[in-house]
Design a binder for this molecule. Structure first.
Ligand code: FAD
Length: 471
């Protein structure tokens, strides 16, 4: 039986992988890519899966880093992006880095040579109604015409155009002998308990030193095309606030009011940094209002001067750049389809993941889901204990809405072990049978335990043993 083609819009990391997965499952694909006829502010070539910035796919160590685990899972799932990356690897220590031209050429050749893939070089402004199955994978720099038509389906606020991200910290790296749980004025709010935030207190001297470090810190400069994009209200970087006056932060994200340190109830903190739960599991907390353009190394150094965060491990650092992404937890169903128009499925960075590898992995899932749908098979999503499942859950519903009233706090994120359900029984002993203390050996054992569980569960899922049918 000849199957109708699925249309994939965008031949970047996600779209190329989605097209490949459809074709390897026997489903014809038409892949629409606007380059080189029209380009974006960051792309330079007409090649498929062009890497717009660094040439690194980050750590390849699946026992220490969740992105390494994602690599391993993608290899197991027959990923074209991983095949091309492995074949074009350049030396980069524990990281997987690639020759970008060789990588893009390998992806392009594989797509061109597959008999079920048709390549169409054109911009799609509105997906025609007769296309009954479409994957939109047009990335953070989606063309303005298509962005406008997506916005008409999702509402004005659904597509963000300026990505202001605050750092996210692993909860178990926060020193709760210094910091404490409390909501401002103990307000419970909808869904809260009155003790929802982690509070880190600063004395006047610590606050002054912190403001000085912000003012002196090395900042990332804006790309030319970013300069014309305005800040959203309430999204000013902290260093810009600090430039407006030494006390500005104390009256903004670092205000100490309504908070009492239970260990020193008579001493008022001069300023307080608050962290808010970021995922349902409660393993990740974001630094409230701490969007910043400080360079990453500078952020780690400066934020570790905050009492309670001296040993903070960051799941994501702050940043500010133009971006286009959906409020996916509200707009997409469990198989990445737009609830308002089920023929449209989304993939890649536009869904609210961050990074080359994550974008390709979400493309891989979208391709698998769309091919199962086209073949009349049941769609079974990977369990959340796998890296693919953890990422999918973050995108389609794992994220908490803000505790306070305010805009949705859903923000793009790299894959990290904080997105995985904790192990039921944390391994208490090392390979020699010695009990772990606190610290890095225990942390490493936790990560490799999560990784081993993910690989086992991926195999079970592939064997059809994990029946998590995603309707
Ligand atoms: C400036 C910048 C730098 C980045 N640097 C890094 C980095 O160093 N490391 C990292 O891991 N991540 C980085 N990212 C984040 C992200 O991982 C990449 O943008 C990644 O390429 C996203 O993959 P994607 O497939 O979703 O989108 P893309 O790879 O951007 O692919 C989208 C494709 O869709 C095409 N397209 C857009 N609109 C249309 C249309 N209407 N019709 C047809 N085709 C269309 C585009 O031409 C493009 O080829 C960066 C992002 C930006 C914006």
């Amino acid at each position: 039986m000849t199957l109708k083609p699925v249309h994939v819009i965008g031949g970047g990391l996600a779209g190329s992988e989605a097209a490949w997965q459809l074709a390897r499952n026997g489903v014809p694909v038409i892949l629409h890519e606007m380059r080189p006829l029209r380009t974006t502010a960051a792309h330079k070539t007409g090649g498929y899966a062009e890497l717009v910035c660094s040439n690194s796919f980050r750590s390849d160590d699946r026992d220490r880093n969740a992105v390494g685990l994602l690599h391993a899972e993608m290899r197991r799932l027959g990923s074209l992006i991983m095949q091309a990356a492995d074949a074009n690897q350049v030396p980069a220590g524990g990281a997987l880095a690639v020759d970008r031209d060789g990588f893009s050429a390998a992806v392009s050749a594989a797509l061109e040579n597959h008999p079920l893939i048709t390549l169409a070089r054109e911009e799609i402004a509105v997906p025609p109604e007769e296309w009954d199955s479409v994957i939109v994978a047009t990335g953070p720099l989606t063309s303005p015409a298509l962005a406008a038509s997506i916005r008409s389906l999702t509402g004005e606020d659904a597509l963000a155009f300026f990505d202001a991200i605050a750092p996210i910290v692993h909860r178990d790296s926060i020193d709760l002998d210094v910091a404490w749980f409390q909501s401002r004025y103990d307000k419970a709010g909808p869904g809260g308990s009155g003790a929802d935030y982690i509070n880190c207190p600063l004395t006047r001297e610590q606050y002054d030193a912190f403001v000085d470090a912000l003012l002196a810190g090395d900042k990332t400069s804006f790309h030319d095309w970013e300069k014309s994009t305005p800040y959203f209200d309430g999204c000013l970087p902290i260093e810009v606030m600090a430039e407006r006056g030494r006390e500005t932060l104390r009256h903004g994200p670092m205000k100490p009011f309504g908070l009492t340190n239970p260990r020193q109830p008579d001493v008022k903190a001069y300023a307080v940094v608050q962290l808010r739960q970021d995922n349902h599991l409660g393993t990740l907390f974001n630094m409230v209002g701490f969007q910043t353009k400080l360079k990453h190394a500078e952020q780690v150094r400066t934020f570790r001067t905050i009492p309670g965060l001296e040993k903070a491990e960051f799941a994501r650092l702050g940043g500010l750049h133009r971006n286009t992404f959906l409020n996916s937890p509200q707009l997409l169903d469990a198989t990445l389809r737009l609830r308002a128009q089920l023929r449209l499925r989304f993939a890649g960075q536009i869904t609210g993941c961050e990074g080359y590898v994550e974008s390709a992995a979400v493309g891989l899932l979208a391709g698998r889901f769309a091919s199962a749908e086209r073949r009349g098979e049941e769609i079974v999503a990977p369990p959340q204990t796998t890296a693919h499942g953890a990422l999918l859950t973050h995108i389609t519903g794992g994220h908490l809405e803000t505790i306070d009233a305010g805009p949705s706090s859903f923000q793009p994120m790299n894959v990290n072990f904080g997105l995985f359900p904790p192990l039921a029984e944390p391994a208490p002993f090392d390979a020699q049978g010695r009990k772990y203390g606190r610290g890095s050996a225990k942390n490493l054992a936790r990560k490799s335990g999560l990784s081993a569980r993910a690989i086992t569960d991926l195999e079970r899922w592939l064997a059809g043993e994990t029946a998590v049918a995603a309707k």
